[in-house]
Design a protein around this ligand. Structure first.
Ligand code: ZN
Length: 331
């Protein structure tokens, strides 16, 4: 994690209030699983929530930043707080995909030690879905025999991937996604116009944090450019290698997003229902099925992480298949 930056977003407020309330009543459970359906990183929220629970002089939902616990938390030296997360691989420097069993064993050991301070002891695992079976099993025993004054927080973007044995031993809390109104209000606070907010929320499937990021990268211009070049490609005025070469000037997540957006739009068009939910006339079921299959296949094919020849080959294959589906005649 780069630096310690405690923050929360307006739609995370109910969860902070709930934690604070239970803490003040001394009814905080010993293990909580917090799930979020959005992909948005929860690191800043974890630090905010933990500091809020540890702070001696919190003002409403804000830790004071100055008491002993706050100062040590901000310096990353509070010994009664542990965070287990994905770590960079020693050789490749890339983030590992799994939380390793040694990390969980260390955490269990930390939890078993006596409290250094006369406050709650907090242990966090994020993203909890990155634990493998062995890690989850190792943790299970600690959850079965909770020690006093300990809060174990498991945060996940994919609750379904956590073994049910673990889930059943945690109280379940959810970060509900923001309403459209909350999203637009927040984006307006960040300086985005109403018109841009609506457009970018659509690109970001309603996630305002992603919408803001996409606007900072002028994603709307990229979409327009992509549409123009895609039409030329369909007409045969632009070759697939040149088209892919141009696309790969952008980062891979952007390319994936553009292709996925296009495939989704065509799926809607052909499925008999448009994006607004209206039935389209003359729907072509055969084409719709081919498009749906292609979209599913494309999502898998484009999971390659390096910007290399393999990705270009997969991308070319997807675009050629799309062109074939769109230009073929259906009776
Ligand atoms: Zn404080």
């Amino acid at each position: 994690m780069d630096g310690i930056d405690p923050q929360y977003l307006p739609w995370q407020t109910p969860l902070l209030q709930r934690a604070l309330q239970l803490n003040s009543e001394q009814h905080l459970p010993h293990a909580v699983m917090i799930d979020s359906t959005s992909d948005q990183d929860l690191s800043a929220f974890i630090w905010h929530l933990s500091m809020l629970l540890l702070c001696d002089q919190a003002r409403e939902l804000d830790p004071c930043g100055a008491c002993e616990a706050c100062r040590m938390m901000l310096a990353g030296t509070y010994s009664d707080f542990s965070l287990v997360t994905l770590e960079p691989d020693e050789k490749s420097k890339k983030l590992s995909k799994n939380i390793k069993i040694e990390q969980i064993r260390n955490l269990i050991h930390e939890v078993s030690l006596t409290h250094q301070y006369d406050r709650l002891k907090i242990a966090v695992i994020y993203p909890a879905e990155a634990m493998n079976k062995a890690s989850a099993n190792a943790l299970l025993k600690t959850l079965e025999e909770p020690a006093a004054g300990i809060l174990i927080l498991l945060l996940t973007h994919n609750r379904g991937r956590i073994p049910i044995t673990l889930r059943s031993r945690c109280q379940s809390w959810s970060i509900n996604p923001p309403t459209a109104q909350q999203s637009i209000a927040w984006l307006s606070e960040q300086g985005m116009s109403q018109q841009d907010s609506e457009r970018y929320l659509e690109y970001a499937n309603g996630d305002p944090v992603l919408a803001l990021k996409l606007q900072q990268h002028d994603y709307a211009s990229l979409v327009e450019q992509f549409k123009a070049r895609f039409s030329q490609f369909l007409r045969g005025d632009l070759g697939v290698s040149n088209f892919c070469g141009e696309l790969l000037a952008s980062e891979l997540p952007v390319v994936r997003r553009l292709v996925n957006l296009t495939l989704t739009a065509y799926c809607y068009q052909s499925s008999g229902v448009d994006a607004a939910g209206n039935p389209a006339t003359g729907a072509d079921r055969a084409r719709a099925q081919l498009l749906l299959d292609l979209r599913q296949r494309a999502q898998k094919q484009m999971q390659i992480e390096e910007n290399n020849l393999d990705f270009q080959l997969q991308l070319e294959d997807v675009l050629i298949s799309l062109k074939q589906i769109l230009t073929r005649r259906y009776i």
